[in-house]
Design a protein around this ligand. Structure first.
Ligand SMILES: Nc1ncnc2c1ncn2[C@@H]1O[C@H](COP(=O)(O)OP(=O)(O)O)[C@@H](O)[C@H]1O
Ligand SMILES: Cc1ncc(COP(=O)(O)O)c(N)n1
Length: 267
């Protein structure tokens, strides 16, 4: 059986985030990767130098071509940029009846550049999140989506409940932006909370961590694993990828997508 996964996201010319991170991750996990590109970014480890959105028609056609011939077992969305693109993508996903949908609500690149227009947040909440099997916001994204401030784990739990009420079946609020010694990702499935914790690695090379984490979840769902199992693998994958630095570029470098497969052990 060949497992197939589709990423609907932006291209990162620097290869560390977006479509490139997703396809590398799918490949590392023995899942056949496919893509529908929503925007091309000119990007490197120093920042985002340009954003060039694709037309709505081009995005719709990429998704239709895949749906007609290469149906994926799981789908991920990343950078969607505008409310027009969000609506079009949501319509196509609904039409194709793709249930295992991981929505990574990408808003701002680590360097501060905006990857989602401000007015598009409402479209994300109205059209896409209700279709999501899993959503994976980081703390700032969860704050924007909920309109609530997160200081402590108790706040994060309240926000997770609020995001679940938007219609996502599972909510994962990642802990990379917290400053504690341990990094905890929180899962809420509508009934219970689960925490996935690792040691915080001290490095500036975290470009693409969110994309990679959500891509692992997507690949594992494509193989038929549960969300809990998929997050366990995602946490191990990202810990190895951050821990075994490639050390390329002079800014916020990419993670190491082959570290997990090579069994790299990071303390
Ligand atoms: N310094 C770090 N050490 C270990 N794990 C990290 C670190 N930073 C982020 N992670 C992990 O990487 C993933 C992405 O987290 P986060 O940085 O919150 O998301 P994003 O990249 O979307 O901003 C999460 O699983 C988180 O636990
Ligand atoms: C095309 C694209 N998509 C997403 C991100 C977010 O990446 P990060 O994990 O660094 O926040 C990015 N920088 N570029």
């Amino acid at each position: 059986m060949v497992y197939k996964a589709l990423t609907i996201a932006g291209s990162d010319s620097g290869g560390g985030a977006g479509i490139q991170a997703d396809l590398k991750t799918f490949q590392e996990l023995d899942v056949y990767g496919m893509s529908a590109i929503t925007a091309v970014t000119a990007q490197n480890t120093l920042g985002v130098q340009g954003v060039y959105p694709m037309s709505v028609e081009a995005v719709i056609q990429q998704i239709k071509s895949i749906a007609a011939d290469l149906p994926p077992q799981a789908v991920k969305t990343g950078m969607l940029f505008s409310s027009e693109l969000i609506r079009a993508v949501a319509d196509e996903i609904k039409h194709a009846d793709w249930v295992k949908l991981v929505v990574d609500p990408v808003m701002i690149a680590k360097g501060g550049a905006s990857l989602l227009q401000e007015e598009a947040v409402a479209a994300l909440k109205e059209y896409l999140i209700p279709l999501a099997y899993v959503i994976t916001p980081n703390i700032p994204e969860a704050e924007v989506l909920s309109g609530m401030k997160i200081n402590f784990m108790a706040d994060r739990k309240m926000v997770a409940i609020k995001l679940y009420e938007l219609g996502a079946k599972h909510v994962v609020i990642k802990g990379g932006h917290d400053n504690s010694e341990l990094v905890t990702d929180l899962l809420y499935d509508g009934e219970q909370f689960y925490e996935f914790t690792s040691k915080r690695l001290i490095t500036q090379h975290t470009h693409g961590t969110g994309c990679t984490f959500a891509a692992v979840i997507t690949a594992e769902l494509a193989k038929g694993h549960t969300v809990y199992e998929a997050i366990q693998v995602a946490k191990e994958f990202i810990h190895a990828a951050i821990g075994e630095e490639l050390g390329i570029g002079s800014g916020h470098g990419p993670t190491n997508h082959w570290a997990y497969r090579r069994g790299v052990q990071v303390g």
